[in-house]
Each structure stands twice: as C-alpha cells, then as structure tokens.
Ligand binder design. Structure first.
Ligand SMILES: [Zn+2]
Length: 69
C-alpha cells in the first residue's frame, strides 16, 4: 500500500512521546531519573546518540482536575 508507506514518515512511538533531542533530533532518549515535584512528574532524559541531557515535565489529568475543583 502506497498510502501506508507515506504515513510511516513519523514513527508512532515518536509522536506519542512528542520528545526529540534538540541537538541531533533523534527520539531515542533514556530516562535517567524520575521524581515528583509540585504535582508534576519530572523526568531527566539523556539522548542515546549524542548524550545530551534534558528535563521534561508531565502533568497528569487527575492532578489538573484536583487543582480546578
Ligand atoms: Zn541527541
């Protein structure tokens, strides 16, 4: 299927995470540490290719609901 081939431009796992290395652009990141801070999940990631470190923050939907109510 040609349509299926064109849709493979972005791997599904990359779109799901939405995180790519700002230096080399790859989406293969290790999670070095995970902790909770101010109601958020803080993850320290490291690029598998170039070793660049970055921090990501995640907020759970349940946490947002608790703050609004
Ligand atoms: Zn990288």
């Amino acid at each position: 299927m040609i349509a299926g081939a064109t849709r493979k431009r972005w791997p599904p796992d990359t779109r799901e995470a939405g995180i790519v290395c700002p230096k080399c652009g790859c989406a293969h990141l290790y999670v070095r540490n995970t902790r909770y801070s101010m109601g958020r999940i803080v993850r320290y990631r490291e690029c598998r290719h170039c070793g660049r470190h970055m921090t990501t923050y995640e907020v759970l939907p349940s946490m947002l609901t608790d703050r609004l109510s």
